[in-house]
Design a protein around this ligand. Structure first.
Ligand code: NAD
Length: 476
């Protein structure tokens, strides 16, 4: 299989081109290097009809066979991990070694989710009757994925949807469609026609999908603004929704930590993937006793960071993924500059492409845009605090509630802080961790529902209670 050309959609088990194409940009160069199909409404119709037909049989395929199919999908990804990783770097920008981690992560998620169990619940079992609650599939799932983790986040939808007996039509972001389309080509050999369909398109495709009556469920990952539109569109036919949305995650660093040990980890938690991670630290609160030391150490790390084209070995940080996001981060930087905020820049970056130095904003006011908004790019506000209760209030004073972190040598105190953070995930002395067995959930406007683990599986099913008498005496 070639990874450098022939990007086609997977519809009803066939690889399909479109009458029109979309240019795909390499963000390290700012120039187009490939095209992907721009799906039409007819393509969407074909995909939804194929998924609807396939659902009739796929839901009755024994669970163990569905597990085996997901394991085969995982193995196929692993066999092609290097090819995926270099294509990933070209379209997404992330350095190839780190891109490969995501590719392998997608395989791991498919394979691990396949092992999950969602057994029948028995809510009553008496001499008279037994009540069983089964988890039945919903139908055809509409899956929409963003550009920051295109393969991993696709696997978070494909695995639970198919394991529980649904079929799926998945759309990657127009900025990062290529690896997902190649994934479709691999999965053509693994799943029966129509069980998984992958279609690519422009800004018009997402709204067409969410409004389509053929879907029973929407699983969406993206920004909070788009998530609200998705929910509005889903309301017309009361489609079930899972929304994994934006965040403005706070990390709180207590004065008892070893600055040298913690600074590297704080830096990685904020700037990995060039800060384009939904659960990255986006507001860093450091106790005043160690603030200057942490700031200076992090600034040193930023100045020595290797930022550049991800296909050059040795670079650890790539570009911002697309022009719109690049301009948004530049706008936040300009706003900070205009307001006289202290900016601590990292190493120089290439002139070509969507590069921005890894930048720390030194103790900006809480109300500044860079603190209040999700930057989703390499600009990190770092603030001083003196009182723990007060900083917890500051951390929670946001419409978002995705993840948070607390850093302290006192685990009991850290657990108390964790308990008071209004987020779906809290890490103690670590960050950016997730597992296929643990739900990721957005509080407040960071989401609706959960992904991953048994919590995630449930989102792709309907609870169905069956009351079974112990004898048929009353009717015979
Ligand atoms: P986005 O909302 O712009 O786009 C996400 C996806 O939705 C893309 O595939 C896009 O084409 C599609 N889309 C756009 N408009 C649509 C519409 N009206 N209806 C249906 N689909 C539409 O987000 P993005 O810029 O691609 O991703 C960045 C955002 O995603 C950040 O806010 C980040 O925090 C969030 N994110 C959240 C998680 C999580 O698990 N909570 C994970 C990754 C990213």
């Amino acid at each position: 299989m070639r990874f450098d050309s022939d990007y086609k959609m997977l519809i009803d088990g066939k690889l399909v081109a479109a009458s029109d194409d979309i240019e795909v940009i390499n963000p390290a160069l700012g120039t187009s290097f490939a095209t992907c199909p721009r799906a039409t409404k007819d393509d969407l119709e074909l995909a939804v009809s194929a998924a609807t037909r396939a659902f009739r049989t796929w839901k009755n395929v024994p669970l163990d066979e569905r597990r085996i199919a997901l394991k085969k999908a995982a193995a196929a990804i692993m066999e092609n991990a290097d090819a995926f990783a270099s294509l990933f770097t070209k379209e997404q920008g992330r350095p190839t070694a780190l891109a490969k981690e995501e590719v392998m992560g997608a395989a791991y998620w498919l394979s691990s989710t396949a092992d999950l169990e969602l057994p029948v619940d028995v809510t009553e079992d008496t001499d008279q009757r037994r009540i069983e609650v089964h988890h039945v599939p919903l139908g055809v799932v509409c899956a929409i994925v963003p550009w920051n983790f295109p393969m991993l986040l696709a696997s978070w939808k494909i695995a639970p949807a198919l394991l529980t007996g649904n079929t799926i039509v998945l759309k990657p972001s127009p900025y990062t469609p290529l690896c997902t389309l190649k994934l479709g080509e691999l999965l053509q050999e693994v799943f029966p026609p129509g069980v998984i369909n992958i279609i690519s398109g422009g800004d018009e495709l997402g709204p067409w999908m969410t409004a389509h009556k053929g879907f029973s469920k929407i699983s969406f990952t993206g920004s909070t603004a788009t998530g609200k539109r998705v929910m509005e569109s889903a309301a017309h036919d009361l489609k079930k929704v899972t929304l994994e949305l934006g965040g403005n995650d706070a990390a709180i660093v207590l004065p008892d930590v070893d600055v040298d040990k913690v600074a590297e980890q704080l830096f990685a938690g904020a700037f990995s993937n060039t800060a384009q991670i939904c659960v990255a630290t986006k507001r860093l609160y450091v106790h005043e006793d160690i603030y200057d030391a942490v700031r200076d150490r992090m600034h040193e790390i930023a100045k020595s960071a290797r930022v550049g084209d991800g296909s050059d070995q040795g670079n650890t940080y790539g570009p911002v993924q697309n022009k719109a996001q690049y301009e948004r981060v530049l706008d936040l930087l300009e706003d900070a500059r205009k307001n006289g905020l202290q900016l601590l820049y990292g190493s120089d970056v290439p002139e070509q492409g969507y590069f921005i130095p890894l930048t720390i904003v030194d103790n900006p006011p809480e109300q500044s845009r860079v603190v209040q908004e999700e930057a989703f790019g390499p600009i990190l506000p770092m603030m001083k605090f003196s009182d723990l209760d007060e900083v917890i209030d500051r951390a929670n004073d946001t419409d978002y509630g995705l993840a948070g972190a607390v850093w302290s040598a006192d685990l009991e105190k850290a657990k108390q802080v964790a308990a008071s953070m209004e987020t779906g995930t809290v890490w103690i002395n670590q960050n950016l961790q997730s597992t296929p067995f643990t739900p990721i959930t957005g509080h407040k406007q960071s989401g609706v529902g959960s992904e991953n683990g048994v919590y995630g599986l449930r989102e792709f099913t309907q609870a169905k209670a069956i009351y079974i008498p112990k004898s048929a005496a009353s009717v015979s």
